[in-house]
Design a protein around this ligand. Structure first.
Ligand code: SF4
Ligand code: SF4
Length: 315
């Protein structure tokens, strides 16, 4: 698989990044052994870049998968909600210990919204900068669902990397259009910052148009790498084919079509009911403050587009 420099970080990553959230108990609920097998399979096919987060609680899957591999041969990006020095230290110590490594390639502040939230996390950034000098972190950045988050990366010289949501229809971008996001990302790229996109299939909602959706992000010249969730060998093979050739072979497509999918709602659902109003199938209801899909759901994905928190996914 083609490797590329992640901006000016000096980190050379595969164009495809293994999104590891999908394998966790929050989504597909694979065992550590099953999850580790997938990461190792992807690694053997050239994917040397793994995206995780403290909140995913899957460090042991990654540690298990990469046991015995040379440390410089793979790159890990993780994320934290830390905003104080103490919290940042706790997050870094936990990641180093649970991943069984001496350093983290990319440490991101999770779900940053704007320059204001970045400023509010500056104590954590300063701590990470000191650890970067010691070699315990190679690059610092943010993940974001907002155009204003992307803008903040351009304004803060200490941030090397951004992990923004980006897909054909801007599903999940909370404060603008896909064009707005692309404008900011191009500026950031020209400043030498690394960009690896998330959710090219809009959290599973563009799965029916997978090739067009993936190729949209693949063809953006300033996106260095694309993170995508993978929870089976077929999905890994299909994504590698998509990245390298722009399409999925028919046999793999058939396998993926027959895979049983489901709708999941994250526990940070606000219970606002937007999804219920949007659903013409009566496929989702709010029960005890949490949106809950039922047997009428046909997995069309329309409800996700009106969720202010981007908590609905098809997996
Ligand atoms: S995916 Fe479609 S059918 Fe299912 S709850 Fe959402 S809008 Fe309704
Ligand atoms: S739209 Fe989103 S936040 Fe609102 S009830 Fe539905 S899932 Fe929850």
């Amino acid at each position: 698989m083609e490797k590329i420099n992640l901006g000016n970080t000096g980190i050379e990553v595969s164009k495809l990044c293994f999104g590891s959230l999908t394998m966790t108990p929050f989504q597909a609920n694979l065992s550590v052994k099953e999850g580790a097998y997938l990461i190792e399979y992807a690694y053997n096919r050239g994917i040397n870049f793994i995206d995780t987060a403290e909140i995913y609680e899957n460090y042991e899957y990654i540690k298990e998968a990469l046991k015995g591999k040379k440390r410089e041969d793979y790159h890990i990006a993780t994320k934290t909600y830390a905003y104080t020095k103490e919290m940042a230290k706790e997050s870094l110590d936990l990641a180093l210990k649970e991943l069984g490594t001496d350093y983290i390639d990319i440490f991101l502040l999770h779900e940053q919204e704007s320059i204001h939230t970045v400023r509010g996390h500056f104590e954590a950034i300063e701590y990470f900068l000191k650890e970067k000098e010691k070699g315990k972190i190679k690059a610092i950045g943010i993940s974001t669902h907002r155009v204003s988050g992307a803008k903040a990366v351009g304004e803060v010289k200490e941030l090397d990397v951004i992990h923004p949501i980006i897909n054909k229809y801007g599903i999940g971008i909370q404060d603008g259009t896909v064009e707005d996001m692309l404008r900011e990302l191009e500026i950031i790229h020209n400043m030498g910052k690394g960009i690896y996109g998330m959710k090219p299939l809009g959290g599973g909602h563009l799965i029916k148009d997978v090739e067009n959706a993936f190729n949209f992000v693949r063809n953006i010249p300033y996106i260095d790498s694309i993170a995508i969730g993978m929870q089976s060998i077929d999905e890994i093979d299909a994504n590698i084919h998509l990245l390298e050739k722009g399409f999925i072979p028919d046999d793999l497509k058939t396998n993926l079509r027959t895979k049983k999918r489901k709708l999941i709602v994250a526990d940070y659902c606000l219970g606002c009911g937007n999804c219920v109003k949007r659903c013409k199938q009566h496929g989702i209801e709010v029960i005890d403050g949490l949106a809950t899909p039922n047997e009428n759901c046909i997995l069309c994905g329309y409800c996700a587009k009106v969720c202010p928190e981007f908590c609905i996914k098809v997996i």
